[in-house]
Design a protein around this ligand. Structure first.
Ligand code: ARG
Length: 465
């Protein structure tokens, strides 16, 4: 990639060198085996970024010219400097330095920006390469929490960055729409569910049933068994189970899509865990044929003792498949379908072991793409030391976070700028910006200690500012 600033500085310097040494320039071409057309490229390669930025942002040392021009570097720097037609430059001893000014930068970049529009800054390093980005991936029948917001914000940024670099991006929403928890949801719905309540506020209501199930389960262990058997029915395609599952899924997707619309996030595929249910048998077969599967207390596993990891569970004793089974099936499918050059999984650090296991299994299978897989980890968003867990029922709902932010921003606007037209929309835009910014401005491995004062501040490095 050509750096347009360096290119411009090299052109200015090249011109000055030619003017200062018109008599000896031929010696320079002979010495370095270049010609006039390659002078700028040659100078470009000599430009350095000084370790101490006091004198400038770029510098070129004149030493390399002294043998050819048979002068001291300090004198050469001086002679070239006198011929430079630009006030960006200064000299210190043998160094010609350039200090980039905002005006210079604007003049250099704006014409390019205007002529290229949205394509400005695009590159081609990724041309012809496919990159599968698994991000957001919330769980149905549960509210969209702030943890999934982090995956959404980071994943969407990566998608846009890779796209700018010329990659062909495939954005995949691996919805959590399969697994034993849906057996439990079905039991909870059959025991306590009310259609009228569901219609009022579907996701929160479904979630409250899920929380209730876990509370009741503590006193009534039979519930867990019922949950398992309903999931088995679901896996077997039972009509009633499927109908309820579809109900949960439809309401959830409607809600998720509303949120994605708000955040301007798009996916190329909504292929959740359920999408792979028919592919898990094949996946297990493939692993079995490769001699990787063993039995442990009736379950099918890939033993990973040798690598200091817990076994990767493929099938429980009751026949049910697991999260990892579906991720493996998903990976085989994605490679077949997209022939990805890289595959990213933008998922919280809590799942680090899971991805290590899945990637290790793929490596043991000697799949050609085993080293093209990355778990893009990130830390928790914390609200006063409370990590988020959907089981205990203390999840922070994105919806509520957005509403609170919007209220707080409105209050600030009313105070600072009472006549602002379009208050509602502006408050929402600023609120969303505040949330996303505070999320993306923290190094992704670290936890975000979310604070309203910081996120909504109109000063410093914040979204509102
Ligand atoms: N649904 C999962 C969760 O909320 C995240 C899924 C991430 N993607 C994947 N391929 N496992 O924890």
């Amino acid at each position: 990639m050509i750096d347009i600033i360096k290119q411009d500085l090299a052109e200015k310097l090249g011109k000055a060198i030619r003017l200062a040494y018109s008599d000896k320039i031929g010696d320079l071409y002979t010495e370095f085996e270049i010609d006039e057309s390659r002078l700028v490229k040659f100078v470009y390669a000599k430009l350095e970024i000084p370790r101490d930025g006091k004198m400038g942002d770029y510098a070129i040392p004149a030493f390399f010219l002294s043998k050819t021009f048979k002068e001291k570097p300090v004198e050469i720097a001086q002679r070239i400097f006198e011929k430079i037609d630009s006030d960006l430059f200064n000299i210190t001893g043998p160094y010609i330095n350039a200090r980039i000014s905002p005006v210079y930068l604007a003049e250099l970049i704006l014409p390019d920006l205007f002529s290229h529009g949205a394509k400005f800054g695009s590159q081609t390093v990724g041309a012809g390469q496919n990159i599968a980005i698994d991000f957001s991936s919330p769980n149905i029948a549960k509210p969209f929490g702030v943890g999934h917001l982090r995956s959404t914000a980071i994943g969407n940024s990566l998608y846009r960055i890779y796209e700018k670099l010329g990659y062909n991006c495939i954005g995949i929403n691996h919805l959590g729409d399969w697994g034993t928890q849906f057996g439990r949801m079905i039991v909870a719905w059959k025991k306590w569910g009310s259609q009228a309540e569901l219609e009022k506020d579907p996701i929160k209501y479904l979630y409250s049933l899920y929380v209730k199930f876990h509370e009741e389960e503590a006193n009534d262990p039979a519930l867990a068994e019922e949950g398992k058997s309903w999931f088995k029915k679901l896996e077997a395609g039972d009509e009633e189970a499927t109908k309820l599952w579809n109900l949960f899924k439809d309401y959830s997707l409607k809600e998720f899509k509303r949120i994605y619309e708000l955040l301007d996030v798009h996916f190329d595929h909504y292929t959740g865990e359920s999408f792979y249910q028919n592919l898990t048998d094949d996946a297990i077969d493939r692993l079995t044929k490769a001699g990787l599967v063993s039995e442990s207390e009736g379950a099918m596993v890939v033993n990973l003792d040798e690598y200091d990891m817990p076994p990767c569970l493929l099938r429980k004793a009751d026949g049910a498949t697991l999260y990892a089974t579906r991720d493996l099936a998903g990976l085989f499918y994605r490679y077949e379908q997209f022939k990805f050059d890289k595959a990213l999984y933008v998922v919280g650090s809590a799942q680090a072991i899971h991805f290590k296991q899945v990637f290790k299994v793929v490596e043991l299978l000697k799949e050609p793409y085993h080293d093209s897989l990355t778990h893009v980890e990130f830390g928790w968003i914390r609200f006063k030391d409370q990590a988020m867990s959907t089981r205990k029922g203390n999840i922070v709902f994105l919806d509520e976070l957005i509403d609170t932010a919007k209220e707080k921003v409105s209050a600030i606007i009313k105070e600072k700028n009472p006549n602002l037209p379009n208050l509602e929309q502006t408050a929402l835009d600023v609120a969303l910006g505040a949330i996303i910014f505070s999320d993306l401005s923290v190094k992704k491995h670290k936890d975000v200690n979310f604070s309203w004062n910081e996120a909504l501040s109109f000063e410093g490095e914040t979204g509102p500012y």
